[in-house]
Design a protein. Structure first.
Length: 183
């Protein structure tokens, strides 16, 4: 199935406002948004949930750990590359990003507990083993934050699956962080 990488002009009417907002705030329209705009409800949901996820109690670094880990677990080449660049813009330590991209443990024990819990939520389809939940809580997180991880997983699953279906081409802005999962 082939999908159009829409512009503001070619997008369905219900998607134009979100694309215009992305153009204004980012200076370009990411191909993810351009492809998602084929379904106005999807692009609106994704933009809205993205804003809500930023309001969680998780720090910018923790949010990027959730988003990158979900994308890694779902093998989304587009989102791992995009969030590697975004994480750098948000001053997420490079060693944290590198560890997630390589499927290695993060040196910081709290962030590693977050990475492992997120991976367990994704891998178990929301039924993480008790040990993963306990380690998450033992490392300073709480039940609210466990549910905030679910929000982040849901957000990224929307984009990961849309990218898989549409085979979204990587934007030039994300080329430096091109990624594919090691076999």
């Amino acid at each position: 199935m082939s999908y159009i990488v829409h512009t503001i002009d070619s997008a369905p009417a219900g998607s134009k406002e979100v694309l215009a907002g992305a153009q204004k705030s980012l200076g370009f329209i990411p191909n993810l948004y351009a492809v998602m705009s084929e379904a106005p409800a999807l692009i609106k949901a994704y933009a809205f949930i993205s804003k809500i996820f930023e309001e969680t109690s998780l720090s910018a670094t923790e949010r990027q750990v959730v988003l990158l880990t979900t994308s890694y677990e779902n093998n989304c080449e587009y989102c791992v590359a995009a969030h590697s660049v975004i994480a750098g813009m948000q001053k997420v330590p490079g060693d944290v990003v590198d560890a997630i991209r390589a499927g290695r443990p993060i040196a910081d024990p709290k962030l590693e507990a977050l990475r492992k819990f997120t991976a367990a939520v994704v891998g178990s389809r929301g039924w993480p083993p008790e040990a993963a939940s306990a380690a998450f809580l033992d490392n300073g997180y709480d039940r609210q934050q466990a549910l905030e991880v679910v929000l982040g997983v849901g957000l990224k699953t929307l984009s990961n699956y849309a990218n898989h279906l549409a085979e979204t081409p990587l934007d030039k802005a994300f080329d430096p962080a091109t990624w594919s999962k090691a076999a």
